[in-house]
Design a protein around this ligand. Structure first.
Ligand code: SF4
Length: 474
C-alpha cells in the first residue's frame, strides 16, 4: 500500500495494492461496426474515463452504470488529447458494441496473505513474471469467479459489493477458528471473516472453498468449518480441494494423494453434511474435489450430486462429467467411433492422447476402449515434482522427455488445457515449438480438448471424416 492512495480507508490497515492510475479509465480495444458506440464515434485506442459520472475503474462499474438504454460517457481521444462527453443510445437488449482491455482498469488488487499452501511460493524461480502475480481482487471474484480471501478489503470495498450487489462471490474460507486461519493464511486472516459475515448478512451469495492441508485444517477444524457453512445458507456451495505441493518448498512432503486412507476419511467426514443438506434442501452444497475420490479409489458420485457443477473449474465434478460423457458417446456414436478407427487403420496410424497422471485411467476408459483402441500417454510432472499430476500443469519439457523418440505413424493429441491464451505451457514452450519437435519425430500432432465429444470431433476433422459425412449427406 502506498502513502498517497486516493482511497479513504475506514477499516484496519489492510493493504490496498492498486498499481495503476484510476483516472486513465478503460482502453477500448474493439468497437463493433454499426453499434451504438460506433455511431457515437468511439474508436479503438480511445479511453472511456467515466460512465454516468463515475470513474470507470473496472467492469463491475460498467455493468452497473451502463445498464439502461442511454448512458453518458467521458471519452479521451489520444489523437488530439481531448476529453469529450458522449451520449450513447441503444435499443432494448442491444449491446453497446464496446470491448475493453481486460476487466479491471485501475490495477489488480494483490493479496496481503502468507498462505502456507500458496502455489505461487512453490514455483521455481525462473518462470515468467505473470505467474508470480498473487491477485486477490474481489471484483474478479464477481466477474471471473476467482477465489478471494476478502482480507484486503476496506469498508468502501465492502460497501461496493453490497451496494452494487456483486453476487455471487467466490471466497477462500479454509478454516473458521481464528488461530487456525492465522496459521494458514497469516495475520490478516481475521479481516476475511469480518467481511464474509458482513456481505452474507447483506444477502450476497457465497461459493466457498477450503484448501485442505493435512494436520492443519482437517479433522476437528474441518468439522467446525463444515458446521459453520451448514449454519450459513448464504454459502450455497463449499468446495474442498486437497493440498497440492511442488518440490520447490520444504514445508510439505505428503498430502491425500499419498494417503488413500486419509482421502477416504475426508469423504466419510463430509458425507453426513452432504446427506443432511440433500434432505433439507435437495442440494449437496458440500462438494469434494475429484482428487479425493481418485486418491481414495472410490468412484465419484452421480451427476445430480454436483448441484449443476458450481465449482467445476475448481476441479470439482470433471471426472464425473468425463465418465458420463464417455458413456453417452460410446452408446450413441459407435458408428462414428468405428469410422475413426477404420480410417486410422486404413492410414496405418496409431492414436495417442496425452494426459496428466491423475486423469490417465479416466481418459483411458474412452481412448483405450473399443472401438477407438488408442493409447493414453500419462506424463509425470517432473518439472514441478511433489504431488502435481493434473493435465493443465503438464510442462513442455516433461512432454518432450517422456514421449517416444520415434513417433512415426502416430496421430497425437495434446490437451489444449496445457496452454495459456498466448499458446505457452507453464515452462514457456510455445505450441508451435512443441508441434515442430513432435513432427520431427514423425507424429501428426493436434492440440485439442480431450473431452470425449470434442476428441471425437477433432479426430473426424483430422481424418477428413466430418467433411466426408457432410458431403455424403448433400
Ligand atoms: S491468498 Fe494465499 S494462496 Fe492466494 S495468492 Fe495470496 S498467499 Fe497465495
Amino acid at each position: 500500500m502506498t502513502a498517497n492512495t486516493p482511497y479513504a480507508k475506514t477499516g484496519a490497515d489492510y493493504g490496498r495494492t492498486r498499481d495503476a492510475d484510476a483516472s486513465r479509465g478503460a482502453l477500448v480495444v474493439a468497437v463493433r461496426p454499426d453499434s451504438p458506440a460506433y455511431d457515437a464515434g468511439i474508436e479503438p485506442g480511445m479511453r472511456v474515463l467515466t460512465v454516468a459520472g463515475r470513474p470507470l475503474t473496472d467492469m463491475t462499474v460498467w455493468l452497473w452504470e451502463a445498464d439502461d438504454e442511454t448512458v453518458e460517457l467521458e471519452v479521451f481521444d489520444p489523437s488530439d488529447e481531448t476529453v469529450c462527453p458522449c451520449e450513447l443510445e441503444r435499443m432494448p437488449g442491444e449491446d453497446w458494441g464496446l470491448e475493453f482491455d481486460g476487466a479491471v482498469f485501475d490495477g489488480m488488487r494483490t493479496c496481503v496473505n502468507a498462505c502456507v499452501f500458496c502455489f505461487m511460493t512453490m514455483l521455481p524461480k525462473h518462470m515468467r513474471g505473470t505467474l508470480y502475480i498473487r491477485d486477490d481482487d474481489y471484483r474478479l471474484s464477481f466477474l471471473q469467479g476467482n477465489f478471494v480471501t476478502l482480507t484486503n478489503m476496506d469498508d468502501s470495498d465492502v460497501a461496493d459489493v453490497i451496494d452494487h450487489c456483486l453476487s455471487p462471490m467466490n471466497v477462500s474460507l479454509h478454516a473458521v477458528t481464528p488461530e487456525v486461519r492465522r496459521r494458514l493464511m497469516g495475520k490478516n486472516a481475521g479481516r476475511g471473516m469480518e467481511v464474509l459475515e458482513q456481505i452474507m448478512a447483506a444477502g450476497i451469495e457465497v461459493h466457498a472453498q477450503i484448501v485442505l492441508c493435512p494436520g492443519i485444517n482437517d479433522g476437528e477444524e474441518l468439522e467446525r468449518t463444515l458446521t459453520y457453512c451448514e449454519e450459513h445458507p448464504a454459502i450455497t456451495s463449499l468446495g474442498i480441494v486437497p493440498l497440492g505441493y511442488t518440490r520447490f518448498q520444504h514445508r510439505f512432503t505428503s498430502s491425500y494423494s499419498d494417503d488413500p486412507a486419509a482421502a477416504r476419511a475426508v469423504i466419510a467426514q463430509v458425507e453426513p453434511y452432504q446427506e443432511r443438506m440433500r434432505a433439507a434442501c435437495g442440494r449437496t452444497v458440500f462438494q469434494l474435489a475429484d482428487e479425493f475420490y481418485l486418491d481414495a479409489g472410490i468412484e465419484p458420485p452421480a451427476a445430480e450430486h454436483y448441484d449443476g457443477y458450481p465449482q467445476y473449474y475448481d476441479g470439482i465434478g470433471m471426472v464425473r462429467t468425463y465418465l458420463d460423457e464417455t458413456r453417452a458417446v460410446q452408446e450413441a456414436e459407435q458408428e462414428r467411433l468405428s469410422a475413426v478407427r477404420s480410417e486410422l487403420d486404413r492410414r496405418g496410424m496409431r492414436l495417442v492422447v496425452v494426459s496428466g497422471m491423475a486423469a490417465r485411467d479416466i481418459i483411458a476408459g474412452f481412448v483405450e476402449a473399443k472401438p477407438l483402441e488408442g493409447r493414453v500417454a500419462g506424463i509425470k510432472n517432473n518439472y514441478f515434482g511433489g504431488n502435481v499430476d493434473v493435465t493443465g500443469l503438464i510442462c513442455g519439457e516433461d512432454l518432450l522427455a517422456q514421449l517416444d523418440d520415434d513417433l512415426g505413424g502416430v496421430m497425437l493429441f495434446v490437451p489444449e488445457v496445457m496452454f495459456n491464451a498466448d499458446a505457452l505451457t507453464l515452462d514457456g514452450y510455445h505450441q508451435k515449438r512443441l508441434v515442430a519437435d513432435l513432427t520431427t519425430r514423425g507424429a501428426e500432432t493436434h492440440i485439442a480438448s480431450t473431452m470425449p465429444t470434442d476428441l471425437l470431433c477433432a479426430l473426424e476433422g483430422a481424418l477428413g471424416l466430418a467433411a466426408h459425412v457432410h458431403t455424403a449427406k448433400e
